[in-house]
Design a protein around this ligand. Sequence first.
Ligand SMILES: Cc1cc2nc3c(=O)[nH]c(=O)nc-3n(C[C@H](O)[C@H](O)[C@H](O)COP(=O)(O)OP(=O)(O)OC[C@H]3O[C@@H](n4cnc5c(N)ncnc54)[C@H](O)[C@@H]3O)c2cc1C
Ligand SMILES: NC(=O)c1ccc[n+]([C@@H]2O[C@H](COP(=O)([O-])OP(=O)(O)OC[C@H]3O[C@@H](n4cnc5c(N)ncnc54)[C@H](OP(=O)(O)O)[C@@H]3O)[C@@H](O)[C@H]2O)c1
Length: 443
Amino acid sequence: MTKIAIIGAGPCGLSMLRSFEQAEKKGEKIPEIVCFDKQDDWGGLWNYSWRTGSDQYGDPIPNSMYRYLWSNGPKECLEFADYSFDEHFGHPIPSFPPREVLYDYILGRVKKGNLKNKIKFNTTVTNVTYNNDSFNLTYRDKKNNTILNETFDYVVVSTGHFSVPFIPEYPGMKSFPGRIMHSHDFRDAEEFRGKNVIVLGSSYSAEDVALQCHKYGAKSVTIGYRHNPMGFKWPKGMKEVYHLDRLEGNKAIFKDGHEQEADAVILCTGYLHHFPFLTEDLKLQTHNRLYPPKLYKGVIWENNHKLMYLGMQDQFHTFNMFDCQAWFARDVIMGKITIPSETDIKDDINKWVSIEEKLENPDQMIDFQTEYTKELHSLSDYPKIDFELIRKHFKEWEHHKVEDIMTYRNKSFSSPVTGSTGPVHHTPWEKAMDDSLKTFLNK
Ligand SMILES: Cc1cc2nc3c(=O)[nH]c(=O)nc-3n(C[C@H](O)[C@H](O)[C@H](O)COP(=O)(O)OP(=O)(O)OC[C@H]3O[C@@H](n4cnc5c(N)ncnc54)[C@H](O)[C@@H]3O)c2cc1C
Ligand SMILES: NC(=O)c1ccc[n+]([C@@H]2O[C@H](COP(=O)([O-])OP(=O)(O)OC[C@H]3O[C@@H](n4cnc5c(N)ncnc54)[C@H](OP(=O)(O)O)[C@@H]3O)[C@@H](O)[C@H]2O)c1
């Protein structure tokens, strides 16, 4: 019997488990599956942890999510085709839920099945090698502190790529009297109430961490971008300036001459694709981009078709794209999809990479990832979902953000699965301080 290892039980690993479960329900014979996760429960980044640094076993904490994190895109754009929000909550809910609500939704689908018993929790995969047509996996059972080995025919890497922070250094950091941290370790904006905060970066973490600090009472928030500013109409108390030059005492000095007193510097400088458990010949090496090379259809490792990666792209689309990838990977493993010749694989990868390299603005990037996801969707029996509506929603959402970065989360969108429209949330995001599921769902 074919045996597969899934490394990681976050949204991608759970999509993989779900895809096999659905095939089994249709009467197909599925492989033996073992899923590994180094955390003590499933859900990946959505399984919030107060911890930073390392866990009680000395293992680095993968979690990068923080209290008061709300979805930064409409939930309708990430909806599962086979498990709608309406089905989970019993009625339409607003379009921008906080973390706990999305966590509940992600788990709702897998809790219906018998999937948890396929996962070894508190288990870190430490080494994967490929010899004689099979993979040898070494893993550490953290609770019992034992090292074990097992052989598999296929390996699916679904370990995420927003867990290992990229931490640059700027002159003056060593003598800065305040707090310096990466967004990976950011947990609670309340810590910065009344403080002057510097945020470095110009992507989603910079945007959201800066907004959180402002919302929860920071005295000032200064965002330092390196290449392009986000350019939103920031509220009073927030500004965006060009690139940090150095810190001098407690002063941040920017390359445009701007100076700002600072109590804290939060590095929202992104993450590394980091796979210390894979040998070099199996290791994806990329920065955060929409089409990492060497992955056929964004999933199959070019040099070894029994190795698959899920969710390694930069992400507009998330959960339903992960599903399309998982359903595709499943059908390759089950022999329902044939992998083409080496030349065709190379041509296909090059085609996507060369389009990606010419993308200039968010609308084009949304189109690109929508086309990619639609193509994958057409290759398996993943249920029907309206990707054209999702494309339209993403573009509208981008424009809402440009109109007003403080109010875009108060809008509502329609479901690409059920067609229902989410109600407007009872409290505007700027005033909603309590992010609990109970308060959010309270009509
Ligand atoms: C701060 C932040 C906010 C985000 N907000 C949103 C949002 O609002 N909406 C959205 O759609 N997306 C959001 N994302 C994107 C996020 O990447 C996806 O939603 C999703 O979590 C990706 O799923 P994943 O399974 O690929 O990775 P993860 O969620 O990172 O899960 C990977 C799992 O692999 C496990 N693992 C890692 N290494 C090993 C190992 N060696 N052995 C065993 N297990 C291992 C980890 O413990 C983890 O459980 C956000 C990301 C970040 C960082
Ligand atoms: N739900 C939410 O609200 C929420 C909140 C936070 C994050 N997220 C998600 O988290 C994921 C990761 O986002 P991310 O912003 O952490 O990573 P990211 O999108 O990869 O962006 C990394 C940023 O770091 C900047 N950077 C890198 N090195 C730098 C340096 N030396 N100095 C200054 N800036 C530097 C980059 O700037 P350049 O462009 O100049 O290279 C870029 O702006 C995304 O999927 C996002 O959607 C969601």
